[in-house]
Ligand binder design. Structure first.
Ligand SMILES: [Zn+2]
Ligand SMILES: [Zn+2]
Length: 648
């Protein structure tokens, strides 16, 4: 008999050789029907793998991340079989599961695959799936494995096998198809009910551009047709909300090949929106006791040698700038922290003066490969809403809570209400990996967990995810499309205070090391605005949106009255503009609707006589004719319902 420990801590005895599927059956038939993958002693196995020793077993369904990985990886085998049948002579290489679906890299004998070919691949693949073929793992010797692929003339698999150790090599069979594979499959192909080929791209073998270029086929699959339909609708919605598309339509930002890839140019409307976000945070930060500082965009190379950034990132980043004077080297600032450490070092502090909180909207530059660049989310220059808090170890608890309050305020004011917190702590088995005393680490980790608890956050603790220099807390924010974004990292740091020899005089009159906290509720302004665009679909909160209202004169003769309305709106601090074009009112309304301005103010004969504006909300709701004062009240009421004052 063997002892199997289940995730709830219960231990059950089974006969040696029992499979995960049999364990599931012993719990319930319903569970057994849904089990598609398993992990035994931290190794992914098949649901039919015999368990030979004592150990801990986790069973996975489609609803688990691990279940989806097995599902999609298994589908890649089916798609590979379909491709092999449709394109004889094709050479298969690798086919892993990815975050959403899977891909398979192949070398086609001739020609290419385009989206016109997707339906026939999908049809063939689903036919194969319906055969309900079991996935069967089988051990093969290295010689046998090499023979198999040499016979096929597949030099890619041969190369993979040559790098494997004899005795560790396995094949996976289903139907008439065989693939070199480490395992991790669902029980049979019949569980896959819907398959969609999503796109095709070029990819170099092993990611090396000196190697042959292969065809990468991306796909996704589901256990129900309905789930695929929903997923495709979500993809379409994401396309409509893509910040690159909306950023252009709403005239927020642009890129210029002349200026350089990955370097966003903010247009007037985008710059104004960004400015409002900055003011919003600055106001809250002032209340929270932060002081603004300003530092240059470059720093001496030595600065980053001291901080350790040069050693870690120097080779893969922008190279030093050389001045006419010899031996002078500067780097574009990749981080603001070293500059802020030197601000702290500009005068001595006593414990009574701490914490010091230095904030800066600091622009930093990081080299990203051109293939990695993506709109505003992956850029080469961006601005962080950065701040560094220098405090005593005893103040960490309180400071952490304050930063969480600020982050929650930011998320709430911008309409993000679905998030969890992730607390990253040490791996206790490898203490040598971490800098700083055990006592300090314990204190800091406890401070973060206490703060998360006290603030009522829904949090998870990830052991081993902390940086070598300190534990941290991240907000994992779900956007309107259900995608997860990591935002508002709060990072404790024991490293930089050491490297920059930061000190304060304690009550004992001795010098001590302060603890440093890095925090940025938005993260980067660029990435945050991209997220905000996609989350809101361009319908920003009223306090933030570029124009709050657009005045639409019914005809030319109402232009003068429209000007008068604009003046009084401006006096009431409402952002508005007039559409004075010589177009029909119908066309003006349609275009105003497209531009997502929250309120349309239509002015015609009756309005002019009654001194009113006819208000129509974005989306079509008609609010009737009211005067400017009433409209101002309406706008302010709506703003105040989302934008609260920090710590009121
Ligand atoms: Zn496989
Ligand atoms: Zn920092």
């Amino acid at each position: 008999m063997i002892k199997i420990t289940l995730p709830d801590g219960s231990v059950k005895e089974f006969e040696k050789g029992t499979t995960p599927m049999e364990v599931a059956k012993s719990i319930s038939e319903g569970l057994a029907r849904n089990i598609i993958s398993a992990k035994f002693n931290n190794t992914t196995i098949e649901t039919v793998t015999p368990l030979e020793t004592d150990g801990s077993l986790i069973l996975y369904t489609w609803n688990d991340k691990e279940g989806k990985t097995a599902f999609w990886h298994s589908t890649s085998h089916i798609v590979a079989q379909a491709i092999e049948e449709l394109y004889p002579g094709v050479k298969l290489t690798i086919g892993p599961a990815i975050e959403n679906g899977f891909y398979y890299d192949i070398e086609l004998p001739t020609g290419s695959i385009s989206d016109k070919d997707f339906p026939s691949i999908e049809k063939k693949a689903i036919e194969i799936a319906r055969g309900k073929h079991d996935y069967k793992m089988r051990a093969v010797s290295k010689a046998e494995a090499l023979d198999f692929y040499k016979n096929q003339g597949n030099e890619y698999k041969v190369e993979l096998i040559e790098n494997l150790e004899d005795g560790t090599i396995t094949f996976c069979d289903h139907d008439s198809f065989t693939d070199l594979c480490r395992g991790g499959h669902i029980p049979n192909t019949g569980i896959v009910k819907a398959i969609k080929i999503l796109s095709v791209a070029g990819a170099y073998w092993r990611g090396n551009e000196n190697n042959p270029q292969l065809t990468r086929i991306y796909g996704i699959s589901f256990p129900k047709q309905k789930e695929l339909t929903e997923y495709l609708a979500l993809l379409e919605e994401a396309k409509q909300r893509d910040h690159r598309k909306l950023g252009k339509e709403l005239e927020l930002f642009t890129f210029s090949q002349k200026v350089g890839q990955g370097l966003p140019l903010w247009l007037p409307k985008g710059a104004a929106l960004r400015e409002r976000l900055e003011q919003f945070l600055k106001k809250a930060q002032k209340k929270a006791g932060y002081e603004m500082v300003v530092t240059p965009h470059i720093g001496q190379k030595e600065l980053y040698v001291t901080s350790g950034h040069y050693e870690k990132y120097g080779a893969d980043s922008f190279q030093p700038i050389h001045t006419p004077k010899e031996d002078e080297e500067f780097l574009l600032k990749p981080m603001n922290c070293p500059h802020h450490c030197e601000i702290y070092n500009s005068k001595p502090f006593s414990y009574k003066e701490l914490p010091k909180r230095f904030a800066e909207f600091g622009t930093v530059y990081r080299y990203e490969q051109s293939g990695e660049l993506h709109g505003l989310t992956r850029v080469r220059g961006f601005t962080q809403d950065d701040a560094h808090i220098f405090c005593t170890p005893d103040q960490l608890d309180e400071e952490f809570k304050e930063v969480i309050d600020l982050s929650l305020y930011v998320l709430g004011s911008l309409g993000f209400d679905d998030f969890t917190a992730q607390v990253s702590v040490r791996d206790l088995d490898t203490p040598e990996k971490y800098i700083g005393s055990v006592e300090n680490w314990e204190k800091a980790e406890q401070a973060i967990i206490n703060a998360a608890k006290e603030k009522g956050l829904n949090y998870v603790i990830e052991s081993g995810e902390a940086a070598f220099y300190g534990p941290k807390l991240d907000f994992m924010v779900k956007d309107a499309l259900g995608r997860q974004w990591q935002l508002g990292t709060i990072q404790v740091d024991y490293n930089l205070p050491e490297r920059f020899d930061l000190t304060y005089k304690g009550s004992d009159n001795e010098l001590h090391r302060p603890v440093m906290i890095h925090r940025a509720p938005f993260g980067s302004m660029e990435r945050f605005i991209a997220l905000l665009i996609e989350h809101t679909g361009g319908n920003f909160p009223l306090w933030l949106t570029p124009e709050q209202a657009i005045i639409l004169p019914v005809s030319e003769k109402h232009e003068k009255y429209a000007q008068k309305v604009l003046k009084s709106l401006e006096n009431n601090e409402i952002r508005a503009l007039i559409d004075s074009r010589n177009e029909t009112i119908g066309k003006k309304i349609r275009e105003a609707e497209m531009s997502k301005v929250p309120f349309m103010l239509i002015v015609g004969d009756n309005d002019e006589v009654a001194n009113t504006i006819s208000v129509r909300k974005h989306g079509g709701e008609d609010l009737g004719a009211i005067d400017v004062t009433m409209f101002t009240d309406l706008v302010n009421k709506e703003i105040n319902s989302t934008l609260k004052t920090f710590k009121e």
